[in-house]
Design a protein around this ligand. Structure first.
Ligand SMILES: *Cc1c(COP(=O)(O)O)cnc(C)c1O
Length: 242
């Protein structure tokens, strides 16, 4: 471990402790569900926190980070040391406008929040321009009230998946969702799991289920999630929305 991430850096120590605590929660949830840790990817959501924290997390072995705003993500990725950037998989998890989607393809390895055909096509054009293949999950709206958090209605998922399969620079990997506010996450993630069963019947390669955040990762592991997106439990509480 390099000195810069050693005991002299108290933020690094704090991140190490909170990452350990989250890993223990994941391990317990895996035990309870009869699953293996290797079935899960922990995406550490670094939104609102500086590039220095991404460097510290990379030193701690984190390989997947999540960002939700294009400008912030783009600026922070550009600040990273080239070696850090090379080892990192960047997941874009925020709502996308079709006029920004193409630009996200310049740095995102995964875009989890594709929820309509227009965004998929714009992302595909951007990825083609960059000469990159971008992994994509369809974001599913589990609230059903169009509360503005994004996501395709479950009934629209298969059509959108077919559109993505038709995009040469995108690779359909599965589904993503956020448990609705105030809902029982276990029940919501079970619905996501059923929607995913319909998806893999048509698209056997689309094995990912991205579900579970700081407050509900246990329920997500129990419902078959393959990706967890954990922010505040590792980085601390975010500053108020700017
Ligand atoms: C911010 C965010 C997360 C992480 O949330 P925490 O509660 O801080 O773990 C996960 N998914 C999405 C889509 C987010 O925007």
């Amino acid at each position: 471990m390099p000195d810069s991430a050693g005991p002299s850096d108290s933020r690094a120590q704090q991140l190490r402790d909170s990452l350990d605590a989250v890993e223990q929660r994941v391990a317990s949830a895996c035990d309870a569900a009869g699953r293996h840790r290797s079935e899960l990817t922990l995406v550490v959501v670094t939104k609102y926190f500086p590039a220095g924290d991404i460097e510290r997390l990379a030193t701690l072995g984190v390989r997947d980070i999540g960002e939700n705003r294009h400008q912030e993500a783009s600026d922070k990725i550009a600040e990273l040391a080239p070696a850090t950037r090379q080892d990192l998989r960047t997941h874009f998890i925020g709502q996308l406008q079709s006029n920004k989607a193409g630009a996200v393809a310049a740095y995102a390895d995964v875009v989890q929040s594709v929820d309509r055909a227009k965004v998929a096509r714009a992302l595909d054009r951007g990825a083609e321009r960059e000469g990159r293949l971008v992994d994509v999950t369809v974001q599913v709206d589990l609230a059903g009230d169009d509360a503005g958090r994004g996501g395709a209605a479950p009934a629209d998922v298969l059509a959108l998946a077919a559109t993505i399969e038709g995009c040469a620079s995108l690779r359909l990997r599965g589904l993503m969702a956020v448990a609705p506010l105030g809902a029982d996450p276990a029940e919501a993630f079970e619905r996501l799991h059923r929607t995913h069963e319909d998806l893999i019947a048509d698209h056997p390669g689309a094995t990912w289920i991205s579900a579970g955040m700081s407050g509900d990762l246990e329920q997500a592991v129990a419902a078959g999630a393959t990706h967890l997106r954990v922010g505040s439990a590792i980085l601390g509480s975010r500053p108020a929305l700017r």
